[in-house]
Design a protein around this ligand. Sequence first.
Ligand code: PDD
Length: 278
Amino acid sequence: KIIYLNGEFLPEEGARVSVLDRGFLFGDGVYEVIPVFGGRPLRLAEHLDRLAHSLAETRIPDPLSRQGWTALFDELLSHNPGGDRSIYVQVTRGVAPREHAFPEAITPTVMAMVNPIRPLGDQVLAQGVAAVVIPDHRWARCDIKAITLLANVLARQEAVDSGATEAILVRNGLATEGAASNLFLVADGVIVTPPKDHSLLGGITRDLVVELAEANGLPVMETRIPEDSLQGAEEIWLTSSTREILPVTRLDGRRVGHGQPGPVWQRVHALYQDYKAH
Ligand code: PDD
């Protein structure tokens, strides 16, 4: 495995960061995960836009131009061949003696690596996954893709501990998103997902799903989802770059709809697979 670190391509064992890195000390950094299907990064421009947003909002100077990022990813992929993969890229504020306020002269630490994407598997596609609903304990700027993920880690572990795949997070009575995924449901035949605001990450997969549904005449509404509308939903899905569109068929131990991946999911999943392949 070859890692990009601060301008160099290094074997994993040789890619080292100081213990004074502010990513390590404060979680002071941002990241992106970009899926690569058939050798091509999916929706690269949108991922780079979101990275620019995360950097701007955290006041970390963007270390590379868009062309620079694209060239870096191309070279990184050529060093790490394989099937479906994802690029993980992280930018921290950099290395400095520990002090909360920004140090004066500091250079961001840039790291990128490639990870395999495990296919969804026949069992998941045929039967869906289980999810649990838990309170959202994250901060107020969930639109920033910050590496500070303690609340997400604890939420996901709580899901796994109860035999589920993902946690659906609730804040102020609203279901916003998963620990590492966006939330959709189907109610009265309409596809519903919460509008993008500071309470959730504006997912690239989410946007693509909305776009594909609209382009194919499926009714979509970007509306807030009260927690109590989850149990009556016909279908629930969770979307992310690495897990595509997961049908949730059990919520807090109860069946969602008929307890099988639903017909609207089938349709949107097929549209997504088709989009990926072209
Ligand atoms: N997570 N919401 C949160 C909190 C996320 O962490 C993610 C993705 C998403 C989905 O966004 P996208 O469709 O752009 O992947 C929503 C990545 C995959 C991760 O942390 O590994």
